[in-house]
Write a protein that binds this ligand. Structure first.
Ligand code: FES
Length: 177
């Protein structure tokens, strides 16, 4: 006891100095544990996202892929000549769309709000293209992809089914590349 006399055994307080913290070992252990948990979580996310169904889930979360909606009759085949288009709305009343008959048994349908600034795209049977009049945007009727003008993304394609001499809408493909 005598030899400690005169020495200052108090550890100076410093916020950055762990020595005043009697639980410092536990704290550091928790830090390490937290880090390991984060790493395991990140590895899990990576593993899941590389699986095929992980990719599908990611697509769905990002609004890509196909989304099914209530089936809706668009038109009777007899009333739509080859090379002509019919307007309809799908899936809601506020989402306008175009069904184009490209051949005897070839149909394509797209939501027709331009992917540039939402002007309504129409079908030009003379040019055989979908045209946006606002800034001269053009879309390929077979793929929905932009071919000229400012639009960069394709029009969302509507999934169709032909049954009982009529064409039906059943879903929407979002931003397929
Ligand atoms: S809104 Fe269609 S080209 Fe600009």
């Amino acid at each position: 006891m005598e030899k400690d006399k005169g020495k200052n055994n108090k550890i100076p307080f410093d916020e950055n100095n762990y020595t005043h913290n009697i639980h410092k070992q536990n704290e550091r252990l928790l830090d390490r544990r937290g880090f390991m948990k984060t790493m395991v979580g990140a590895a899990g996310v990576f593993a899941v996202s590389t699986l095929p169904w992980g990719g599908l889930a990611a697509k769905e979360l990002m609004g890509l892929g196909t989304k099914s909606h209530a089936k809706k009759k668009i038109v009777d085949i007899a009333s739509l000549p080859i090379g002509e288009a019919a307007e309809f709305s799908y899936p809601s009343e506020h989402e306008s769309a175009l069904l184009i008959r490209l051949g005897e048994n070839e149909y394509k349908a797209y939501q027709n709000a331009c992917t540039h600034l939402k002007c309504p795209v129409f079908w030009s049977s003379e040019e055989e293209k979908m045209v946006c009049p606002c800034h001269h945007g053009y879309f390929d009727p077979k793929s929905g992809k932009p071919t000229a003008g400012p639009p960069r993304r394709p029009l969302p394609e509507i999934v169709i089914a032909v049954e009982n001499d009529a064409v039906f809408a059943t879903g929407v493909k979002r931003y397929e590349a």
